[in-house]
Ligand binder design. Structure first.
Ligand SMILES: [Zn+2]
Ligand SMILES: [Zn+2]
Length: 366
């Protein structure tokens, strides 16, 4: 892994300058409570300078730090001046101006949600057997992201290609920050608006921070400890995998409802779609065969994914259900149980059509 990571002992100003040199827009937080440094009295009290009309603020143009994240900059002169005034200020990064999206995985000790089937992944209704170990095994944001990856990303959800490597940061509280390059969404204005508004919950203990949201800078040290870079390079932040981009857009949509069934491919493409669907089933069956633990969950996940692809491939459940049941029986499950699992998971998958798949990468976990 190329190490462009600032060392944990870097002073706040040299960290801020390193980040700015890599194109990350930074601004200062107070060391005491990690809030943006206070506005000048004029900006605080002047009704003609509300924070949402910051472009009219003369302070920002004049190099002040008023309006917090909106003053974020890559200008080394401005950064040097700010940190000369408050040397202990904690650098923070403005996501949108830096062209980044932060997936913030918390590690709280809260009780899990009372209704995990509906609350772990908003917009998706889970069943206990979709999760190895059941709901009780899901303890933090990283667990929830892994679950989402399994349901939506296919058998190899994390591309091994370094082009997909986020800057991955261990937080002092045991959480994880994944900084990705903001997805390029060239044609769809609605998607752009969603991403601009993307301050939301991807799942329980997973926040999305984009646009004018910000995060503590990778490498920064707060009173709680250091935000330690574990992987990735500041100057070449990886792109989000396609499935994760789709999920971010899904949960930031104004109304949370399943996406419409994708349009069916025609002719030769139709043949490829059917072949793809069969490859998904055969890959899943091959993974299922040697399992002794987690067979029910694996069969359920496979049938759920298959159900999600049926509309796209122009197939019906009767085209696939016997093959899925056979895969369950081959792994040692009793036939009646395999049929029940396949029936239920196909029904759930059909209710949540997946978008047309287009990236199948070999992969690793970030
Ligand atoms: Zn001001
Ligand atoms: Zn102002």
């Amino acid at each position: 892994m190329p190490s462009t990571a600032p060392t944990a002992t870097a002073s706040p100003v040299s960290l801020a300058l390193d980040l700015a040199a890599a194109g990350w827009h930074v601004f200062p937080l107070t060391p005491r409570d990690k809030r943006p440094l206070a506005n000048c009295l004029d900006c605080r009290d002047n009704p003609d300078c509300p924070a949402d009309e910051y472009t009219r603020c003369r302070c920002i143009g004049g190099g002040q730090w008023c309006h917090g994240v909106r003053a974020a900059t890559t200008d080394p002169g401005r950064i040097t001046t700010w940190w000369r005034r408050v040397p202990a200020a904690i650098p923070a990064v403005a996501a949108g101006p830096s062209g980044l999206v932060l997936i913030d995985l918390d590690h709280h000790t809260d009780q899990p949600p009372a209704d995990p089937a509906a609350r772990l992944l908003p917009g998706l209704t889970l069943t206990e057997n979709q999760i190895p170990g059941g709901f009780a095994a899901v303890r933090d944001g990283a667990d929830v992201l892994r679950l989402l990856a399994r349901l939506r990303g296919g058998p190899n959800p994390w591309p091994a290609d370094p082009a997909y490597q986020p800057v991955s940061v261990a937080t002092p509280s045991g959480g994880r920050h994944l900084w990705y390059r903001a997805p390029a969404i060239p044609t769809d204005k609605t998607n752009h608006r969603r991403l601009r508004q993307a301050l939301g919950e991807l799942g329980w203990q997973i926040d999305i921070k984009a646009a004018w949201s910000y995060g503590i800078a990778p490498g920064a040290t707060t009173r709680a400890g250091t935000y330690t870079i574990r992987a990735g390079a500041l100057a070449t932040v990886g792109q989000m995998p396609g499935w994760l981009t789709r999920e971010v857009l899904r949960v930031t949509a104004p109304r949370r409802e399943p996406p419409p069934p994708p349009s069916r491919p025609a002719g030769q493409d139709r043949g490829r779609a059917v072949a793809y669907l069969h490859a998904v089933i055969e890959d899943g069956a091959a993974e299922l065969a040697p399992l002794t633990d987690g067979r029910k969950a694996a069969l359920s996940a496979l049938a759920y994914k298959t159900g999600g692809l049926l509309a796209w491939a122009g197939q019906s459940r009767t085209d696939v259900q016997d093959r899925l049941v056979q895969a369950g029986i081959a792994s040692g499950l009793p036939e009646r149980l395999a049929r029940r699992i396949v029936h239920r998971a196909l029904t759930n998958g059909l209710a949540r059509p997946l978008p047309a798949p287009h990236d199948r990468h070999t992969s690793t976990t970030p």
